[in-house]
Design a protein around this ligand. Structure first.
Ligand SMILES: [Zn+2]
Length: 189
């Protein structure tokens, strides 16, 4: 459980530490607001991908028992664990079903489970890939994440618009370059 009182105290200390007057009108409710916001943006710690992907359907007869299923352009917001600043962008998930498929909204829910935590983009994409591979017993999974990291664009090297792309392949996508290329082509269209 997220300890909101502790967050409030910590934000109060942060405000003091940067030289702010914590008693001024505009900051009066800030520690409380941040605590409630953290409860929302870090809700992933209390959430579980296995549960999100638990309702499965038979792929046989659905037309999805062969070939690739792609859910693309799933937007996400996460927080980098090095600076506690947002990174955000899009995730594309491709998988090759093995008897089971899942409702497409569940893939987006799975992205949320891992986005709403402190993250690095590489782990974020591999955790999504692992969850889909395991829960659906998929023959192959590919997760591509493209994101802007505000710790790179608003501070440090300050390069606005820089995109970080991570690609994570499991199963058949690991061994078959043609399959990977198909996914990249489909994502571009
Ligand atoms: Zn960072």
């Amino acid at each position: 459980m997220i300890d909101k009182d502790k967050i409030k105290k910590a934000v109060n200390m942060l405000l003091e530490a940067i030289g702010e007057d914590v008693s001024r009108e505009g900051l009066k409710d800030t520690p409380d607001r941040v605590a409630r916001m953290y409860e929302e943006i870090f809700a992933g710690y209390e959430d579980n991908a296995a549960e999100r992907l638990s309702r499965k359907f038979d792929a046989e007869g659905s037309g999805a028992d062969s070939g690739i299923v792609i859910e693309k352009d799933i937007s996400f917001y996460s927080m980098c664990e090095h600076h506690m600043l947002p990174f955000f962008g899009k995730v594309h998930i491709a998988y090759i079903p093995n008897k089971k498929i899942v409702g497409l909204s569940k893939l987006a829910r799975t992205v949320e489970v891992f986005a709403r935590r402190l993250q690095v983009q590489e782990r974020f994409s591999s955790e999504i890939a692992d969850a889909v591979e395991k829960e659906l017993d998929a023959k192959g999974v590919m997760v591509i994440a493209c994101a802007e990291h505000t710790c790179m664009t608003m501070r440090g090297v300050k390069k606005p618009g820089t995109q970080t792309v991570t690609v994570c392949s499991r199963g058949l996508f690991e061994t078959d370059a043609d399959l990977r290329r198909q996914v990249l082509d489909l994502i571009r269209t």
